[in-house]
Ligand binder design. Structure first.
Ligand code: KIV
Ligand code: ZN
Length: 382
């Protein structure tokens, strides 16, 4: 089983979600939980972006052990120096420098020529390497960059001493096949990058972030970047828990692992949701409130007979409460009987039919039928 490094950016790209701002204490609490989950690198923030971020990166670097701590940095001297100042206390510090490489970004945002981008890549990585032995370079908007130019950037970054070359699909534009081919192209054509780790960083603008990340894994990449619950700029980053469970559930295909303690997933998701205020949608894969809930009669009947009929993951694997058989208008007699037994009532035959009919009538009138509603139906019948 191939081990993929996990670079968690919940505290940096995740915090870039509109409306999210975490305090130093909150960031530290999330960082500790990420370490418990088993991520390899925590991007604790962007030290040069604000005093608050600088202090948060410093605190996490000083206090969280057993995992690499990273700060984002533009490819400019002052940012790189501040990143190092904040990271000094880390057990394993990493500086993450980035510079855009797509024609659109180089022309309109940077107003730089490709040659200038190559020079700045070289200078930034060399400077960062004076401070730390682990330097990641990100070719921002790689998804819309010329593959041949990315090859040159990767070569320059590797020669300057980068350890990781990140290929972000910054605006979530690529399809899975395109993203996988881009990695293969870089690996096959760039010279002198044998020791350079390749990293995937996907955004979810077209809802393809998990599919793209998995395609990159199939193309042989070494590191995955993402966030918990998929929070992040615009439509968010790839949700790490989704990729982790895809690797686990479809081992036969990917033969790769994040090495997570999967039972920590629900706890991590709840903590991030609580502290960021970003509610997890009920139907969210893996961690949504409905991810292990079954409402229709046919499904509930199947679940009562054998759980693998409608569940490919057991809720306890990810630390979620047990499967929920939700009673609603699609529920069957079998699940209803099972539920009232759990409430302490034993009904069969005609008695069960009467109460079940009343329950169905109530379901057509009320959106949520609670246990109290069911108990009052049972009392009425008694
Ligand atoms: O999406 C992106 O390009 C980024 C970079 C800073 C890595 O977040
Ligand atoms: Zn990003």
């Amino acid at each position: 089983m191939r081990k993929i490094d996990v670079f968690d950016t919940t505290l940096r790209d995740g915090e870039q979600s509109p409306g999210v701002s975490l305090t130093q204490e909150e960031k530290l609490e999330i960082a500790r939980q990420l370490a418990r989950l088993g991520v390899d690198i925590i991007e604790a923030g962007f030290a040069a972006s604000s005093k608050g971020d600088f202090e948060a990166v410093k605190r996490i670097a000083n206090e969280v052990r057993g995992v690499s701590i990273c700060s984002l940095s533009r490819s400019v001297q002052s940012d790189i120096e501040q990143a190092w100042e904040a990271l000094k206390g880390a057990e394993h510090p990493r500086i993450h420098v980035f510079l855009a490489t797509s024609p659109i970004h180089m022309q309109y945002k940077l107003r730089m020529t490709p040659e200038q981008v190559l020079e700045q890549t070289d200078a930034a990585v060399r400077l960062a390497r004076k401070f730390v032995s682990d330097v990641e370079f990100s070719a921002e908007d790689a998804g819309r960059s010329e593959p041949d130019f990315l090859v040159k950037v990767a070569e320059v970054a590797a020669k300057a001493g980068a350890t990781v070359f990140n290929v972000p699909d910054t605006v979530g534009y690529l399809t899975p096949a395109e993203y996988a081919n881009l990695f293969r192209y870089i690996r096959e054509n760039a010279k002198g990058i044998e020791n350079l780790k390749l990293s995937a960083h996907c955004h979810d603008d077209l809802g393809l972030a998990a599919a793209n990340t998995l395609a990159a894994i199939e193309a042989g990449i070494d590191q995955v970047e993402g966030t918990i619950n998929g929070i992040g700029e615009r439509a968010g980053n790839v949700a790490l828990e989704e990729v982790a469970l895809a690797l686990e559930t479809r081992r036969n295909i990917y033969q790769a692992t994040f090495g997570f303690d999967l039972s920590q997933i629900a706890r991590t998701s709840r903590l991030v949701s609580k502290l960021t205020g970003m509610v997890v949608q009920p139907n969210k894969a893996i961690v949504g409130a409905n991810a292990f809930a079954h409402e229709s009669g046919i499904h509930q009947d199947g679940m009562l007979k054998e759980k693998s009929t409608y569940e490919i993951i057991r809720p306890e694997t990810v630390g979620m409460a047990d499967t929920k058989l939700v009673l609603g208008k699609h529920s069957g007699r079998h699940a209803f009987k099972d539920h009232i037994t759990s409430l302490g009532y034993e009904l069969d035959g005609e008695a069960l039919n009467v109460v079940f009919r009343k329950f169905k009538e109530l379901c057509d009138k009320k959106k949520y039928v609670t246990d109290e509603d069911i108990l009052s139906l049972l009392l009425e019948y008694e």
